[in-house]
Design a protein around this ligand. Structure first.
Ligand SMILES: Cc1ncc(COP(=O)(O)O)c(C=O)c1O
Length: 429
């Protein structure tokens, strides 16, 4: 991290723009870590925060409740088919810890002590806490902690860009699913299958082929395994639908939302369960069936109030329709991006695009310079008026969801310019 030395200070945000202490304006190309919906300083969201903060700033959700948290739980259950109750936390990683604990304890609650293993997809990402790292192993991020992580059963995700020799893409998808089923038939100890919904984002923008998620959910039902989805990065419109599992026709037992839940204004996440899971936690005090889990800021009323306002705005502004229309702008640029000689592949859905950089288009070798690709892109992006971040050799475009067509056009044009300039720096170092 020596290479960073000092950081620019962001002092203001206005719409899709971040403004630093020197007055430079940068288009927020990663929606402030994939969470910003309406842009910065939105008056309706700011008002929801100030109004609630004058009434009640925080009160425990232990023995007590509060109105905004209750209202938000109702709102979340309404938009999430099959879900029944909500467990709050304050970030995506903890929402996933809760999902894992809820799934594991469910089997104990119903008297099945054998089901203790967790199945996942290779290269998933569910956060940086130990449980979340365990179910989402991205080797570059978590390799140093491998010994301390609990083991999981991991399955491959079909990647259209890198199909193993001898397979068509369809054959390969079937092969991946057959591997899952084979394992399920042999192992009756699997408690839950945990995966990102719709796409793996941090693991390289792997958008699942049509039907893949649904087939896994069907296998889970067939083999009596809980199906746990992470919609923290992909729900709330990021992939073009409010609830991604609805589009994928794969209703889970447990699902987690975060990031865009508050429009990107305050930190809050939610883990939702169906009635079957919830009911298993009901018992007499001495049955010890409740979940011993809670965080200080669980159900924070200010965060819940801004989340409620955010949801109201989705409806009022028909945001999902707008995203579906605006995201077509990405398609206009496919050809131009793919023509750049260090671009191997682009993967796009809704308001998410990953641009994979390679040293050879033919060999598909990921670009791997000695210097940080992220730093090169940050600096070159800044000269072009955009804030960009890369993950490994993938340039991530994850703009605020309500970005206008004109602003998205600007982001894409400037990204192309940035890749072209960054190219010489990447291949020469
Ligand atoms: C799919 C997914 N799950 C969980 C998380 C963790 O969320 P947080 O950073 O809020 O802990 C992330 C963060 O990027 C994510 O992309």
């Amino acid at each position: 991290m020596k290479e960073w030395g000092s950081f620019d200070t962001i002092t203001k945000g206005k719409g899709v723009w971040l403004i630093d202490s020197k007055g430079n304006k940068l288009l927020d190309g990663v929606a402030s870590m994939w969470c910003n919906v309406w842009g910065h300083s939105n008056p309706e969201l700011v008002k929801a925060i100030t109004t609630q903060s004058k009434k009640l700033q925080h009160a425990p959700l232990f023995n007590l409740t509060n109105e905004p948290a209750e209202k938000l739980a109702d709102n979340l259950v309404k938009i999430s088919p099959g879900m029944y109750k909500v467990f709050y936390s304050d970030n995506g990683s903890t929402a996933m810890e809760i999902a894992i604990k809820l799934a594991l304890q469910y089997w104990k609650n119903i008297g099945d002590e054998k089901k203790t293993e967790i199945a996942t997809l290779k290269n998933g990402y569910h956060g940086d806490t130990f449980g979340a790292m365990s179910v989402g192993f991205v080797p570059e991020f978590f390799g140093k902690f491998k010994k301390q992580l609990f083991s999981t059963i991991q399955f491959s995700v079909p990647n259209k860009y890198r199909i193993p020799k001898g397979f068509t893409f369809l054959d390969y998808q079937n092969h991946c699913l057959e591997n899952i089923e084979k394992r399920f038939t042999k192992n009756s100890n699997i408690a839950a299958f945990v995966m990102e919904s719709g796409a793996q984002v941090a693991g390289g923008v792997m958008i699942y082929p049509k039907g893949f998620q649904k087939k896994i959910s069907n296998l889970c039902k067939k083999y009596n395994i809980l199906f746990v989805l992470d919609e923290i990065a992909t729900g709330f419109g990021r992939l073009g639908s409010m609830v991604q599992y609805d589009e994928q026709k794969s209703i889970p037992d447990i699902v987690a939302f975060g990031k865009m839940l508050t429009g990107g204004y305050l930190t809050m996440a939610a883990t939702l369960t169906n009635k079957k899971i919830y009911d298993s936690y009901l018992g007499e005090f001495n049955d010890w069936k409740h979940l011993f889990h809670g965080h200080t800021y669980t159900g924070n009323p200010i965060a819940a109030a801004v989340a409620n306002e955010n949801l109201k705005m989705y409806k009022k502004n028909n945001l999902i329709k707008k995203i579906q229309k605006t995201s077509k702008i990405f398609e206009k640029f496919y050809q131009e991006i793919l023509e750049i000689d260090i671009v191997g592949d682009i993967r796009h859905k809704g308001m998410l695009m990953g641009i994979e950089l390679v040293t050879s288009k033919k060999k598909k070798t990921p670009i791997h310079p000695k210097k940080s690709i992220n730093k090169i892109f940050f600096e070159e992006g800044k000269k072009n008026g955009i804030y960009l971040r890369t993950l490994g050799n993938i340039v991530m475009l994850v703009p605020p969801l309500a970005i206008s067509e004109k602003e998205l056009d600007f982001l894409l044009n400037r990204t192309i310019k940035t890749i072209k300039v960054a190219k010489s720096k990447l291949v020469n170092c």
